[in-house]
Design a protein around this ligand. Structure first.
Ligand code: AMP
Length: 462
């Protein structure tokens, strides 16, 4: 069915819900007005109007991963709760407050995955990937679940794209992974800045944590309630606090870079040097520790420059040298990143507000017909074009040429193919160049060839 053709029973349905979804955070702030069953809080529909952005990001990701020797991996949405407890850490927001954990009908404790790195590490062990050439580079795209407080850019089901490289400890891999994340964003036209830090390793981190605890103990009364708890249970996370009252304390706190052991220091310096070579702009960010326990050494987050200070990173990642071993595998250094699809799509929407045409798929040809004979013959012609991989928009259910040409204009197509009564009789077609308004008559049998040539010529224009 053509997208413009509303079935009769839909005619009186308000378009308000669709307009609302066009705004970046509509799923959270705008209650759908069409009635019917409610969405579960924090969940949202990704409507057809958003698909062009999703598609663009997906295609860009596939292209980037393909040229960087990453293979796709698909892990289940449901995993054992213990996988995440062991890897992410029990005293983290993700595990303590946000995990959708429940007992399945067979009595097993399972969880909807809050992230995919732990699953990738599990798969690496389970499928003996250690025997493959290292590093093993894999990527994924899929939904994650966190029972977070819903707000703009924060949902309870959200999608992540991620890349992981397991089995190599060299700092160049850290920079390359950060580079891959940046490249995906650049490919869709977003230029991120990177905040970067090192969180040390089991040798140097404990000493740093002692210093941190000593510093915060003397200032305990000025901490938020969450941080008072963190001080006892997970002090590194004190640096992660976004509460206003804790910010000044964070700024004065001892910095981990000053406590790194020689190996971690050397690693960090080299990561930064490789980032320079890859022309990744970064900012050293001493308070960056990220929310998950498994990180060692490098951690980074990506923001759009004007998002600095807001809580909505587009993505982040880091090294997790201890995770595979923690889950029962052989010691395996690894590094990875994940990007938030929903947030990137929101950024793309904001960026293209106004410039977005109704033609999300970039269709360049419209087929218009006049009269029943033309409709019948046109069906076959359009089918031939589509079989040949040429995208064609049309409105076969409409009769008037005027309305069809208006739609062609709205879509911003380059050419409209017109089949009127005269063309039906003499076996020709009219091709109208929508920009210049010039029309040419072609032999109908040559339509695929002629249009293909025209479109190729178009592509070579810079
Ligand atoms: P994390 O695994 O927490 O480092 O998240 C990586 C990226 O996923 C973040 O930078 C966000 O872009 C995205 N993300 C994380 N949590 C959410 C959420 N609740 N809603 C939407 N995107 C999220």
């Amino acid at each position: 069915m053509s997208s413009n053709r509303a079935p009769k029973h839909q005619k009186r349905v308000s378009t308000a819900p669709f307009a609302a979804v066009a705004s970046a955070n509509a799923a959270v702030v705008a209650a759908p007005t069409g009635g019917g069953p409610q969405l579960v809080r924090g969940m949202r529909d990704v409507l057809p109007s958003e698909q062009a952005f999703w598609r663009r990001l997906y295609d860009a990701s596939v292209q980037e991963f393909d040229v960087r020797e990453f293979d796709r991996i698909e892990t289940p949405i449901l995993e054992e709760v213990s996988l995440f407890q062991r890897s992410i850490g029990k005293v983290t927001d993700v595990i303590e407050k946000e995990m959708y954990a429940f007992e399945d009908p067979g009595g097993a404790r399972v969880a909807l995955r809050p992230e995919a790195t732990a699953s990738v590490a599990r798969a690496y062990i389970r499928h003996g990937m250690i025997s493959l050439p290292q590093p093993v580079r894999v990527w994924y795209w899929g939904p994650m679940f966190r029972h977070d407080r819903p707000q703009a850019g924060r949902y309870r089901q959200f999608f992540q794209i991620g890349g992981e490289a397991l089995g190599d400890q060299h700092p160049v891999i850290d920079a390359q992974l950060a580079g891959a994340a940046v490249a995906i964003l650049r490919r869709v036209g977003l230029i991120p800045t990177m905040n970067i830090n090192s969180t040390g390793c089991p040798v140097c981190r404990p000493k740093y944590i002692e210093q941190l605890v000593a510093y915060y103990r003397g200032r305990r009364s000025r901490l938020c309630e969450d941080c008072k708890r963190r001080l006892v249970r997970n002090p590194l996370r004190l640096l992660d606090c976004k509460e206003e009252q804790c910010t000044p304390l964070k700024e004065e706190a001892p910095q981990i870079v000053d406590s790194l052991c020689p190996e971690c220091k050397e690693h960090f310096v080299r990561v930064l040097e490789y980032c320079d070579e890859l022309e990744i702009s970064y900012e050293l960010t001493p308070s960056l520790v990220r929310g998950l326990d498994y990180y060692t050494k490098t951690v980074f987050e990506l923001y759009l420059p004007n998002q600095e200070g807001r809580q909505d990173a587009l993505g982040g990642g880091g090294r997790y040298d201890g995770l595979v071993e923690l889950l029962g595998g052989r010691p395996t250094p690894a590094v990875g990143f994940s990007l938030g699809v929903d947030r990137i799509v929101n950024a793309l929407k904001e960026k293209s507000a106004g410039e977005q045409s109704a033609n999300g798929k970039g269709v360049k040809i419209f087929f218009a017909q006049l009269g029943e004979q033309a409709r019948r013959q046109g069906l076959g012609i359009v089918e031939r074009l589509r079989n040949d991989g040429i995208a064609v928009a049309e409105q076969f259910s409409k009769d008037g040429l005027k309305g069809q040409l208006e739609r062609a204009n709205r879509l911003g197509v380059l050419y409209t193919v017109i089949l009127g009564q005269k063309e039906v009789l003499d076996g020709t077609l009219l091709i109208r160049d929508m920009e210049g308004g010039v029309q040419e008559i072609i032999d109908r049998k040559k339509v695929v060839e002629v249009l293909r040539k025209k479109l190729e010529g178009q592509q070579s224009v810079p």
